[in-house]
Design a protein around this ligand. Structure first.
Ligand code: KIV
Length: 271
């Protein structure tokens, strides 16, 4: 019996059971209605309204500038499209760190105003109080460890995290804590595959990897990267499933040419 095939709607319980049943979890980002509709129709398990919208949608260099209102706007559009997938929304930078009451208010706004099903927060022990407060309000939480892009100015680079034993041990402890306090899943971003495998097998809740090897319980990619719409970003972990960026460029160039040559519209394309 397959847990996800039998599910009409993917819930956090389904995601949790998929791990117990040895079924891999698929997750992709989406930030708008049209893309989310295609992703949902393709049978994805989780749609992440990631704060990578800050880069992909708004053209910022980092994820830091995106606001709570902007995340809610993106989430509302995605929720309208998702008929089957679980919709998880990132709490943006500055809306949950250091103040668990503010964290809860941010999570409540996302749930109430967008209709999303869960929130994701970056970090471990330093945000434990915020996560516990959100969980206590009945809001499901996805954790995020390893390379946490909201801390890019602390790390200085986007290179692999937890290669050294000290950082690996902190990650082991944080992952266990997130699982123990009740997160329904945890993202591992850019950590050694062997560490991800070891920690995944020791945790009750599922792990979802991006640049964290094949032994996580699921995988996530940024939609525009895997479709080849964004082209400047080419890390080793990124498999491109299409070359849409080039195809779009070609199609738009053809349109421009046709307009300039008065070849569009034709007699059949007018009233
Ligand atoms: O914002 C995002 O897209 C993410 C994924 C890379 C996991 O957090």
């Amino acid at each position: 019996m397959s847990v996800h095939k039998d599910a009409k709607r993917i819930t956090t319980q389904v995601v949790y059971e998929m791990k117990q049943n040895g079924e891999k979890i698929s997750m992709l980002t989406a930030y708008d209605y049209t893309m989310a509709k295609i992703v949902d129709q393709a049978g994805i398990d989780i749609i992440l309204v990631g704060d990578s919208a800050s880069n992909v949608m708004a053209g910022h260099e980092t994820t830091l500038p995106i606001t709570l209102n902007q995340m809610i706007y993106h989430a509302q559009a995605v929720v309208r499209a998702a008929k089957r997938a679980l919709v998880v929304v990132d709490l943006p930078f500055g809306t949950y760190q250091g103040n668990s009451k503010e964290a809860l208010n941010s999570a409540i706004r996302i749930m109430k105003e967008s209709g999303a099903h869960a929130v994701k927060l970056e970090g471990g022990r330093e945000i434990r109080e915020s996560i516990e407060r959100i969980l206590s309000a009945g809001i499901p939480v996805m954790g995020h460890l390893g390379l946490t892009p909201q801390s890019i100015y602390k790390f200085g680079t986007y290179t692999v995290r937890a290669k050294e034993e000290v950082e690996a041990q902190v990650l082991r402890e944080d992952a266990k804590m997130l699982s123990d306090i009740g997160c329904f899943s945890v993202v591992f971003e850019k950590i050694p595959a062997q560490l991800a495998a070891e920690v995944t097998s020791s945790m009750d809740c599922p792990t979802i990897g991006i640049g964290a090897g094949a032994d996580c319980n699921g995988q996530v990619l940024v939609l525009h990267d895997m479709l080849g719409i964004t082209q400047e970003f080419s890390p080793r972990f990124l498999r491109r499933y299409s070359n849409l960026g080039e195809q779009m460029l070609g199609a738009i160039k053809n349109y421009v040419q046709d307009v300039r040559a008065s070849d569009f519209p034709s007699k059949d394309e007018q009233y």
